[in-house]
Design a protein around this ligand. Structure first.
Ligand SMILES: [Zn+2]
Ligand SMILES: [Zn+2]
Length: 266
C-alpha cells in the first residue's frame, strides 16, 4: 500500500513538538512511502511573514531532509498557508522567496486575526460563525494561490470540543458545493484531514457527507493528512484514510511534487 501523509507539523511550527528529523524517521518506521512537511505560515494583518516562522533556517532544513531521506521515503516540502487574505502582499512575498512542492490553503484566523480555536462557542451561535467561516473559505478559493484547501470544516473541531455538539455542516451544503466547484474548475482540491481520528472529535474534516458531496461535485484531487504535531501521530491513520476515500468513491489519492498533482491508485 502506497501510504502518504501530507499535512505534518514540525518544531518549526509554533505548536509543533516533533523535531523535523524525527518526523521523517517516524514515517519510515510506519512504512509510509511519501510525506510532505507542512509547517505553519499564518498570515497576520499587521505582521511580516517572518513573524511566524524562522524562514531561512526552516527552508534549508527541509531541503536537507528531502535529500537525506530520498532513498527511503519521498519527502516533499510544503507549507500550510493560513488566511493569506489578511495580508496578501506578505503571503505573495513568502511564496515568491521559497519555492515549494505543495501549498495547503487554510483559514484559522478570521476578523481581528482571531483563531477560531479561541472562539467561545458556549456563548456564540455556531451557525453564524460557520456561515462566516465559509465566506472566508470562498474568498480564499477565489483569490489566492494554493493547491488544496485544508480542513474545510475546521470550526467543527472546536464546536465539538467546547460544547459536545456535532456541527450540522450539511446545512451549508450549497455554500460548500460552490467552493468545491471553484477549486475543481481551477485544478485544485481539498484534503481529508484525519486529525480527528487520532485525537479530538473522532471525525474527519470534512465529515463523511461533505466528503461525498465533494466527490459528487466532481472532486478528484484529494490529499490525506494526519495534521500531526508530534512524531507518534505521523501516518498513524494513513491506511484508514485511504479506506475512507475508497468508500466515498475515490479512485486515487493525490500528493504534490513541484506544485503538480501526482495520482496513486487506491
Ligand atoms: Zn490548520
Ligand atoms: Zn495543520
Amino acid at each position: 500500500m502506497f501510504l502518504t501523509d501530507d499535512h505534518l507539523h514540525t518544531s518549526f511550527s509554533f505548536d509543533g513538538k516533533a523535531q523535523p528529523e524525527a518526523v521523517c524517521r517516524a514515517a519510515i518506521e510506519r512504512g509510509l512511502s511519501e510525506i510532505t512537511l507542512t509547517d505553519h505560515m499564518d498570515i497576520f494583518s499587521d505582521k511580516p511573514y517572518t513573524y511566524i516562522l524562522d524562514c531561512d533556517r526552516w527552508y534549508v532544513t527541509m531541503k536537507e531532509l528531502a535529500e537525506k531521506y530520498g532513498n527511503e521515503l519521498r519527502v516533499h516540502v510544503g507549507i500550510e498557508l493560513g488566511q493569506p487574505q489578511c495580508n496578501p502582499g506578505e503571503a505573495r512575498a513568502f511564496l515568491e522567496k521559497y519555492p515549494l512542492d505543495f501549498i495547503i490553503g487554510s483559514v484559522h484566523n478570521m476578523e481581528n486575526d482571531i483563531d477560531v480555536f479561541d472562539y467561545d462557542f458556549k456563548a456564540l451561535d455556531y451557525r453564524q460563525v460557520y456561515a462566516n467561516y465559509v465566506r472566508w473559505l470562498k474568498e480564499l478559493a477565489l483569490g489566492y494561490d494554493f493547491d488544496i484547501m485544508g480542513h474545510v470544516t475546521y470550526p467543527s473541531r472546536y464546536i465539538y470540543a467546547q460544547t459536545g455538539v456535532k456541527a450540522d455542516v450539511m446545512a451549508l451544503r450549497e455554500q460548500f458545493a460552490e467552493i468545491f466547484k471553484i477549486l475543481i474548475e481551477s485544478g485544485r482540491g481539498i484534503e481529508l484531514n484525519l486529525s480527528g481520528l487520532a485525537r479530538g472529535q473522532g471525525d474527519t474534516m470534512p465529515e463523511g457527507d461533505l466528503l461525498r458531496l465533494y466527490r459528487e461535485c466532481g472532486g478528484e484531487i484529494i490529499t490525506l493528512g494526519s495534521d500531526a504535531h508530534v512524531a507518534e501521530q505521523v501516518g498513524s491513520v494513513a491506511a484508514r484514510g485511504q479506506e475512507l476515500l475508497k468508500a466515498a468513491g475515490f479512485k486515487y489519492i493525490t500528493y504534490f511534487e513541484g506544485r503538480k498533482p501526482q495520482f496513486v491508485k487506491i
